[in-house]
Design a protein around this ligand. Structure first.
Ligand code: PLP
Length: 363
């Protein structure tokens, strides 16, 4: 259960997620002034501009503004599959662990997972797990890749891994969807343009509401034909948002201003990891930090992540566990270097609350 903030120190450093960023003054001004219309009729000029801009940035024919990333992924799965088919994804992908089985609920599909150490799927492992149909097996029709991979700690797909998966999939008539909730972080870290990263995938979803800093919204991009159908699925899911230009206006600013400054978030994440790695009581590998997510182990403290989160909260640091012995810190625009220093101080104090575990010698 994610930590909920209910007071405590006046200015907590919020490292729970990059979804917590609040709209900037420029975003709020643009929202107030947004030109709007009924988007279900396709008449909201601001939403239309956002969709065109997003499609251009992604190098895709068309794009659709959706309220959440989960809805974008759900629609993508529906576009590329039929009921009773399999979707291949990484074992700890967001789709698998954090989307309430939407692929089963909405698309009638089963997830076939491939485990990996770093969240990155490689074609040989994917190929091995594909189901080809026949009398006993449902066919795999979609491969979903998550870039950056959230639960593996914001890891970035090497370009050749994406290209290889797309090539192998397309040779077999399969589709590839990228859950690119943080694809702009992947781009900032690898210095590869987003449209090159997503060049060969059939669809990509990215979030405006995370590191890009918009209050609400995600985008699904793909072929014109797919996006026309996607619009109908969005309506079925209750995502027809009428005068949505008031939120799309913030999305346009997010796309224009933010991608270049994500490197600061990455530097802050690296800084946190390096400083925390000094503590012998935490398990942190700064070498693994590629973007804005740091995952560290607390198994040596003898407490679980819920207890540790609670201690951190008392010290003005908000952070969630990803499982019982690992914590996740996410940097974003509303976290400065000074906030990182404050968070390190809070974490060090919290560590001292837990007695070193007595090591059993087994005698
Ligand atoms: C946040 C996230 C999503 C979408 O989340 P919503 O809260 O539904 O917007 C999808 N995939 C990944 C990897 C994410 O981190």
């Amino acid at each position: 259960m994610p930590l909920q903030y209910d007071g405590g120190p006046a200015m907590p450093v919020d490292l729970r997620s990059d979804t917590v960023t609040r709209p900037t003054a420029a975003m709020r001004a643009a929202m107030a002034d947004a030109e709007v219309g009924d988007d279900v009729y396709g008449e909201d000029p601001t939403v239309n501009r956002l969709e065109q801009r997003a499609a251009a940035i992604m190098g895709k024919e068309a794009a659709l503004f959706v309220p959440t990333g989960t809805m974008g992924n759900t629609i993508a799965i529906k576009l590329h599959t039929n009921h009773g088919e399999e979707v291949l994804c990484e074992a700890h992908s967001h789709m698998m662990d954090w989307e309430l089985s939407m692929m089963a609920w909405f698309s009638g599909c089963l997830a076939r997972t491939v485990a990996s150490e770093d969240g990155i799927l490689r074609w040989p492992n994917v190929e091995h797990a594909l189901q080809t149909g026949g009398p006993h097996h449902a066919a795999t029709t979609l491969i979903a890749i998550e870039n950056t991979h959230n639960m593996a700690g914001g890891t970035v797909y090497p370009l050749e891994a994406i290209d290889e998966i797309c090539e192998g999939a397309h040779e077999r008539g399969l589709k590839v969807h990228m859950d690119g909730a943080r694809v702009f972080n992947a781009s900032a870290a690898s210095r590869i343009a987003v449209d090159r990263i997503v060049r060969d995938v059939d669809s990509v979803m990215f979030c405006l509401s995370k590191g890009l800093g918009a209050p609400i919204g995600s985008v699904l991009a793909g072929t014109r034909k797919d996006i026309d159908r996607a619009r109908l699925y969005r309506k079925r899911l209750g995502g027809g948002m009428r005068q949505a230009g008031v939120v799309a206006a913030a999305g346009l600013i997010a796309l224009a201003d933010v991608p270049d400054r994500l490197v600061e978030d990455h530097a802050n994440a690296k800084f946190l990891a390096e400083r925390l790695s000094v503590s012998p009581r935490l398990t942190v590998d700064p070498g693994r930090v590629q973007t804005n997510i740091v995952i560290f182990g607390i198994e040596k403290l003898g407490c679980n992540s819920v207890e540790f989160s609670e201690e951190l909260k008392q010290r003005g640091v908000l952070a969630n566990g990803v499982n019982s012995t690992q914590m996740r810190l996410v940097t974003h625009r509303d976290v400065t270097r000074a906030d990182c220093e404050q968070a390190i101080e809070g974490i060090e104090q919290a560590i001292r609350r837990f007695r070193p575990q007595t090591i059993s010698t087994g005698q």
